[in-house]
Design a protein around this ligand. Structure first.
Ligand SMILES: [Zn+2]
Length: 108
């Protein structure tokens, strides 16, 4: 039996990872354990999700402060209205799509 160094669970002698906690055993010095291989990995996915959240927050700020929801007068030249019409959905929906994407790549 091979005892896990992380959780003390007894595993089979030929086990490469712990059955209970997935902790790696060094099988032999030539074998390097890489863990589960991901397309991007949970760390990168977390970064993508936090970037997506900041995009959504930025989109909401534009919607509130530039969209005429406040008591202040909205500066709206025609070019600015066009820019807001593009920026706002791009940030809000793009951020939402990016967040879902970042959530999915945590597991693939
Ligand atoms: Zn273990």
């Amino acid at each position: 039996m091979k005892t896990c160094p992380y959780c003390n669970y007894s595993n089979y002698d030929n086990a490469a990872v712990c059955r209970k906690c997935d902790g790696p055993f060094m099988v032999d010095p030539g074998t390097v354990y890489h863990g589960r291989t991901y397309w991007m990995g949970p760390e990168k996915a977390k970064t993508i999700r936090s970037r997506a959240l900041s995009l959504i927050v930025l989109g909401l700020l534009i919607k509130v402060y530039w969209g005429g929801y406040g008591p202040w007068p909205t500066v709206d030249f025609p070019a600015l209205v066009t820019a807001r019409g593009i920026l706002e959905p791009l940030l809000l929906y793009g951020g939402a799509v990016l967040y879902v994407f970042g959530w999915i790549v945590t597991y693939v």
